[in-house]
Design a protein around this ligand. Sequence first.
Ligand code: ADP
Ligand code: MG
Length: 693
Amino acid sequence: MRPQSLIPLFAQTTSLPGIGPRLGKLFEKLAGPLLVDLLWRLPFAVIDRRHAPEIAQAQAGEIATLTVTVDEHHVPRSPRQPYRVTCSDHTGRITLTFFNGREDYLKKLLPVGEQRIVSGKVELYQGEVQMTHPDHVVPLEQRDQVLRVEPVYGLTTGLTQKAVQKAIASALERAPELPEWQDPAFLARNRWAGWRSSLIQAHAPGEETDLAPDHPARARLAFDELLASQLAVALVRHHNRTIAGHVTQGDGRLRAKALEALPFALTGSQRTALGEIASDMAKPERMVRLLQGDVGSGKTLVAFLAMLIGVEAGAQAALMAPTELLARQHHATIAPLAEAAGVRLALLTGRDGQKQKRKTLQGLADGSIPLVIGTHALVQEDVEFADLGLAVVDEQHRFGVHQRMALSSKGHAVDLLVMTATPIPRTLMLAAYGDLDVSKLTEKPAGRQPIDTRALPLERIGEVADGVGRQIASGARVYWVCPLIEESEEIDLANVEERFELLKVRFPGKVGLLHGRLKSAEREATMSAFAEGRLSLLVATTVVEVGVDVPAATVMVIEHAERFGLAQLHQLRGRVGRGSVRSTCLLLYAQPLGETARARLAIMRETEDGFRIAEEDLRLRGAGELLGTRQSGLPDMRLADLAAHAELLQAARDDARLVIDRDPDLESPRGAALRALLYLFRRDDAVRTLRAG
Ligand code: ADP
Ligand code: MG
């Protein structure tokens, strides 16, 4: 149950004065349905209205708050002309200009002969001092309400700055004092105020510099959010540890057979990763480990060897891939090795025939099939395992947290290995998973050549096509990627198709087309034609991003490279450079190139190191955009900025650890306050583990 003290914050925005259902919808769109959502929208700018010159001193371009006498209304003859009101003080005259101004309204707002405070941007128009649509027009008594530093909030269509300011001001009045959940010494060291006064301060910036992420009020609120999320993951993990896992120890006999069948040796980082996994599996606690490594770094092989550990110990192991195509690819890679090891391996996807499927399900249920690779078909209800010991989930950011959990819930305290080809920067990892155990494959398999990466303006597309022609003539396989931006999928598809048509005419019989709207059978036919070399050029959208494996491909052309994120460019480039032949990546960009896009392309030319690229990506884009927080399962931070608050994140991690060590059930007075913190940031799930455990 959410503590009583939080109830006012979890009221609907529509409970605020002046916000009915219509405005309520807009506020919901802007921030969310509740007061707490609104309060977490901090101002992004300030307008200083304290400058109050006389008219003669007012400078064009500056924000000024003037005290004027209303002289005359000039009602326009035609509605295309603006409504003008002339005013003055003892130093000069000013004209207030209103487009589409309503006469009755303006005459009430600015009665002739009376004094008013007007605030807005001063303009000079044909030698006259002017102000178009003043931000404020109020009687003298309200002077102090205008003459201040005003916070400026992000808006959504239909909401005015004034409406948002007013709503936030009244929401702030309802914000309760809450018991302090921070460590008092830490609070004192940082000279932070309490939660409520920090919140009020963060909404009342006195100047531009108060908007900085390291301002004490903002830092405190960010730390609250980070602490809530770190504590939540720490609690869940602590809870998981209390569930006993299996001790899974293999004797190495199956691994030895598989390794013997390999035409190459494991890289150093593959060996290290496998060692880490083996020692996790041998512990009585459940393993939850992330295996990170660029495309082609050999994760699948590591996963397979880990699965064999499970089989050596008499258990079963399953690998789940995000797409049919990938599941089949993994199966094709692993099948010969499984055969060499003498272990039965099944493939389970949504498209198996009934008879085949029944056989597989039977084998999994009675344990006669120890290894299975599949799609999310693996987590369907009818799938049962005799004794699932290890679950491997590939390309984890394509799966929701639920699917990941679903596979491990097919057994008891199943060890979980999550593989991702998206290198996640340390800060993001920490924010999302707390202290998750990570193995990294940093070495490339021997014999790989560096990729020759070049950036060219789109105008040189003709030369690029010529070059591609020469490559094709000498037997190369080429990817040609066109961007797909979700908002205008139709247009993007038209672009891909147009490029396909053009290249098809130029290289008849050699060009295939691949995009997400095609039927999957059609897609697979094209893919295998390309893989087998019957097609030389594959025009595609980013569907090739996810794990498509054609080691013979050596050229990657990316059109409108400036529209792709760094991580995505890196993923795409990873489709080539997988064999022993030197590969090329051509980044075609439209001019003029923005600063960020220029920086991205420069980094792409500079390095192939996915971890470095991920860090740069975080720096250039900010965490929210990085992987698309929605689909990545990364937390959606409202107050913390993972790029700016990296140090606070570390501190929150350490603090959460300390709390778990000292008071794992949150029973001390600080513990009780921390429960409220968890509820405040909607980590009810974590609080629930307290009671369950
Ligand atoms: P990932 O899953 O990380 O994208 P894969 O496991 O699919 O990478 O490996 C890519 C290719 O590299 C595969 O063809 C695999 O057989 C090969 N490979 C894996 N490990 C090594 C190694 N140590 N030496 C040489 N080739 C390797
Ligand atoms: Mg892979």
